[in-house]
Write a protein that binds this ligand. Structure first.
Ligand code: ASP
Length: 415
């Protein structure tokens, strides 16, 4: 199957999933014959699919980053790429959350709402900043891999790649082997994608069967404001930054990104989308492995603009509904906390709410109030994850172009 057919089939799987899920929701997901699908078959197929994606994340990040680091001939260049990438990731996240806060202050989604937040959303302890920083440094590479701690895996892979480059002949032999292994894992990614339409169908059908329109309608202002802010950030902020920094076609960018966005939307996990985003960055966006192998996994862990947008809107929304004025200082606190919180948390479903708890604690809002938006969060999680991975890919292209690690022919090829 060629790439175009595959993307079309994934889209088909998603659309059918949304239709089937919505119909089941309307008919009643608890009806005997349907419950089997909603509670057993869809989740099973969906989980198998996500697990298979996750299976590839650690080997792929490790191998591609070792190869990528060794392809960058000098350490200073690696440092420069690192600093630039971090600066882009953090500043776009700050812009994202600012947009969200401004929109929420202007449109007042929470004004006049009566909140009843007898919720079961437990209070989450936020780790101190020092612990977040310490957590970047691995003490045991195998433990980091076993736990799927991506920041630690990234640090280890870079150090290993650097040492292998400096080690002369033995290094060369190991790197040649790592390159071969990397090819094999990439092949596995492509094979797995053949099953994606079914996996995507099951994931989307299940979510839509559970999350009915009634939940959305009750919180419609909040829900659509988050979606609006996500769209604005994607199609205006990213488009502008991309055009300004690269001069390339924005249309082509989004065209080349469809598959990754569909994956992120269906799985609601930036982490599980790493294999697809990495493959796509190299084969469709023209980002050379030396840059993509670093920027994509790092972005999946620390760059979450979509999540930051949800947090901005949610904070203002709850504050308005409770009649609390958190003031300009409070808003600034939200920007800083949400941006920093995104660094230490992995890209998996629902983690945005946990980070939101940290933000609420900082500005003194009751964490239990998060329960109010819990009901619509899965759908928003899907949308914001698509934005999260878009940011990783867009910035990867910008960095690659600035570093001469970009292949324009690949980017402009229409498939
Ligand atoms: N699911 C999101 C991601 O993986 C994180 C979140 O907002 O919950 O990027």
């Amino acid at each position: 199957m060629n790439a175009k057919n595959l993307t079309r089939n994934i889209l088909l799987g998603m659309t059918l999933g949304a239709i089937v899920g919505t119909v089941i929701n309307l008919v009643g997901p608890d009806k005997p014959g349907l419950a089997l699908f909603v509670n057993d078959i869809f989740p099973l197929v969906g989980k198998i699919f996500v697990r298979s994606l996750q299976l590839l994340v650690v080997p792929l990040v490790l191998l591609s980053l070792i190869c990528g680091t060794s392809a960058l001939d000098d350490v200073r260049r690696l440092g420069r790429i690192g600093v630039k990438t971090l600066a882009f990731y953090l500043s776009t996240t700050a812009v994202a959350i600012t947009i969200a806060i401004v929109l929420a202050v202007v449109f007042k989604p929470g004004a006049g709402l009566q909140l009843d937040y007898q919720s079961d959303f437990g209070v989450t302890e936020s780790p101190p900043l020092s612990e977040v920083i310490l957590n970047i440094f691995p003490s045991n590479p195998f433990a980091a891999m076993a736990e799927g701690n991506m920041l630690q895996v990234i640090v280890f892979a870079i150090l290993f790649g650097l040492a292998a480059t400096l080690a002369g002949a033995p290094g060369k032999r190991v790197l040649a082997m790592a390159n071969d292994l990397n090819e094999i894992v990439m092949k596995l990614v492509m094979l797995l994608m053949l099953a994606a339409p079914f996996g995507v169908f099951a994931l989307v059908a299940r979510t839509f069967a559970h999350e009915g329109f009634s939940a959305i309608m009750a919180l419609s202002k909040y829900f659509f404001l988050v979606l609006g802010a996500l769209a604005l950030h994607t199609f205006v902020t990213y488009a502008l930054i991309f055009k300004t920094c690269t001069g390339l076609s924005v249309r082509q960018l989004f065209y080349n990104l469809r598959k990754v966005q569909l994956f992120a939307f269906s799985t609601a996990s930036s982490n599980a989308t790493i294999p697809v985003n990495l493959e796509n960055a190299e084969h469709r966006l023209g980002v050379k492995p030396a840059v993509a192998s670093f920027t994509i996994p790092l972005g999946a862990t620390i760059n979450m603009d979509g999540t930051a947008i949800m947090q901005g809107v949610a904070t203002v929304f709850i504050a308005q509904a409770l009649g609390v004025d958190i003031g300009l200082q409070g808003y600034l606190m939200v920007v800083v906390t949400a941006t920093l919180a995104s660094i230490g948390t992995a890209g998996v479903p629902g983690v945005g709410l946990v980070m939101l708890a940290m933000v609420f604690q900082q500005v003194g809002l009751p964490v239990a109030a998060i329960g109010v938006i819990y009901g619509v969060d899965r759908l928003l999680d899907m949308a914001r994850t698509a934005v999260n991975v878009t940011g990783d890919a867009v910035i990867s292209v910008i960095i690659a172009r600035g570093e001469n690690e970009f292949d324009q022919q690949v980017f402009e090829k229409r498939e």
